[in-house]
Design a protein around this ligand. Structure first.
Ligand SMILES: Cc1cc2nc3c(=O)[nH]c(=O)nc-3n(C[C@H](O)[C@H](O)[C@H](O)COP(=O)(O)OP(=O)(O)OC[C@H]3O[C@@H](n4cnc5c(N)ncnc54)[C@H](O)[C@@H]3O)c2cc1C
Length: 510
């Protein structure tokens, strides 16, 4: 038996210090529990993938009053803006459509129906949300119109979110132990009673009445990516943290948890070809290149391989990284002309970018490294001929301005590539997070293979399986993590109190 060097205790131990974990910690504290948070990363790199996000956060709303439960808006902003509506039914339908109707109906319904209330709760704790003017709206006929149901992001994007969450933790005296990685669960009589962790190479034991695992998926782990996602996934760039090694999933499975969800699936996007192997915090999500609906994408053979305008980018970007991974050499070039410059997202303006530009299409295609030049020019010529110019272009609706007669169609926002200078951007596959995880109950309790709650064990965030399959509507990672984090923390806190009562520990002693 190993003699562990330090022993600490809390009612609830939360493993991870990203969005889901911190929401769990706050909720457990609200439920009257003492809480310790464990973070594998050093303080400067804390917050997991949550810190790398653009902070986009999807929630259901029926009118501007409901929008205002989350966003602080001036009367002037309300007057000039059309937020539209995004009902729970629309949110549920987007989840169903994106996941090929495989998402778990009960879990999905919970996070959709709790989305607005949970963001309002975060706001009440001190997290600020702002309208996504730059990324999700366009000025049309003098009014600002939002589209695709996504209107809001955390202030300061992911870094701002994580800073706020950690400030709130400090204010509430919730300790975060940095550089402390949970390595196993302590179990007594079938119940989870704490974790074994490693800090500075030393094993420690932290006793608890309940544990919330919120320590991400296995996206940072090349071996697990290859094992579960398949060939070449070990070569994908990781968009975010290097610390999500699948530890939480492994610990839960070791404790008898039921594997659940799309284990061979992941959220992955077109990501700068020359981006570093893991995310860079100063760049955040800006290595992504998400304006492809306004241009075309070609592979090494000089051929198009997806319908760039199949839907708003919010509903295609998370599955198109997989399509790029499948192309020869695992890369693609996105090609635009200057007509659409004003529509390109701000990630096309950063300095660290793999870009080619030329005054002619011939000159541009010559510069596309690794691409069959002759075939690419043919592809562009065929595409240009196929654009339906009788239909007006409108970027805030599915405008139906597609192509006619191409083997790989483009369904919306097709424009002839004819306005110099022409520009192109090289992307490869960047993995965001993995979809496979463990099964949780509606109360976020981790379920065993026998279908029962494992006493004292809860999970939230990326490691919850059953929400995403094949694809993902943008802005749902943070909100689903927040909803299940809050539920997990509340239930873990209650469980801890009940356990303390049963063990005869007085309130004062706790
Ligand atoms: C570049 C990028 C952009 C994104 N943009 C958005 C967006 O705009 N909107 C959106 O909704 N989603 C976005 N996402 C997805 C989003 O980041 C995730 O869905 C969400 O942040 C997951 O939260 P989480 O708390 O489950 O995991 P994380 O935030 O990754 O937190 C996991 C935590 O666990 C810690 N950890 C791991 N192993 C251990 C261990 N053994 N012991 C202790 N701690 C451990 C990690 O260090 C980290 O603190 C984006 C992701 C990336 C990478």
């Amino acid at each position: 038996m190993i003699l562990l060097s330090v022993i600490r205790e809390a009612d609830v131990v939360v493993v991870g210090a990203g969005n889901a974990a911190m929401c769990a910690a706050f909720a457990a504290r609200d439920a009257g529990a003492s809480v310790i948070v464990l973070e594998r990363a050093p303080e400067a790199e804390c917050g997991g993938n949550s810190a790398f996000t653009g902070g986009a956060t999807r929630f259901a709303f029926r009118n501007v009053d409901e929008v205002r439960e989350v966003l602080d808006l001036t009367e002037d902003e309300v007057a000039i803006t059309d937020f539209g509506t995004y009902t729970e039914e629309e949110f549920l339908e987007d989840m169903g459509r994106c996941t090929q109707y495989r998402c778990d109906p009960d879990l999905t319904e919970i996070f959709v129906r709790e989305s607005r209330a949970t963001l309002a709760w975060m706001k009440s704790k001190g997290v600020r949300f702002d309208p996504m003017w730059a990324r999700q709206s366009q000025k049309i006929d003098g009014r600002i119109r939002f589209y695709a149901g996504l209107i809001c992001a955390t202030w300061g994007a992911g870094q701002g979110l994580v800073e706020s969450l950690h400030k709130i933790a400090k204010k509430n005296a919730i300790p975060v132990l940095y550089e402390t990685a949970a390595t196993g669960l302590i179990r007594e009589d079938g119940a989870v009673r704490g974790v074994v962790a490693e800090t500075n190479g030393e094993p420690i034991r932290i006793g608890a009445r309940a544990v919330v695992l919120a320590c991400g998926g296995f996206e940072s782990n090349a071996e697990m990516r290859a094992r579960y996602l398949g060939p070449n996934w070990d070569l994908a760039k990781v968009r975010g943290t290097r610390f999500n090694m699948g530890d939480g999933i492994r610990m839960a499975l070791d404790a008898g948890a039921m594997p659940f969800g799309h284990w061979s699936g992941a959220h992955a996007v077109g990501w700068d070809m020359n981006a570093p192997p893991f995310g860079e915090r100063e760049i955040g999500d800006l290595f992504q290149k998400h304006s492809y609906p306004y241009g075309i994408m070609v592979n090494a053979n000089g051929e198009r391989f997806v319908d760039e305008g199949a839907d708003f980018r919010n509903f295609t970007y998370a599955k198109y990284g997989v399509e790029v991974l499948k192309q020869p050499g695992m890369f693609a070039w996105q090609i635009f002309d200057s007509k659409v410059n004003h529509l390109l997202r701000h990630e096309y303006q950063i300095k660290k970018i793999t870009k080619a530009e030329a005054p002619t299409l011939e000159g541009l295609v010559e510069k596309l490294e690794g691409v069959n030049t002759a075939r690419c020019l043919e592809t562009i010529a065929q595409y240009n001929k196929a654009v339906r110019q009788d239909v007006p272009f409108n970027p805030v609706v599915l405008d139906g301005r597609g192509t006619a007669g191409l083997a790989v169609p483009k369904s919306n926002w097709a424009n002839v590539l004819d306005t110099p200078p022409f520009h192109a951007y090289a992307v490869t596959c960047g993995i965001t997070f993995t979809f496979g995880g463990v099964r949780v109950s509606p109360g976020a309790a981790v379920q065993s293979v026998a279908g029962r709650d494992i006493p004292g064990l809860y999970a939230a965030g990326e490691m919850v399986g059953g929400l995403f399959y094949f694809n993902y509507p943008s802005g749902t990672g943070l909100v689903s993590g927040a909803v299940f984090g809050r539920i997990a923390g509340t239930q873990a806190g209650k469980h801890a109190r009940e356990h303390a009562k049963r063990s005869g520990v007085s309130e004062e002693r706790r």
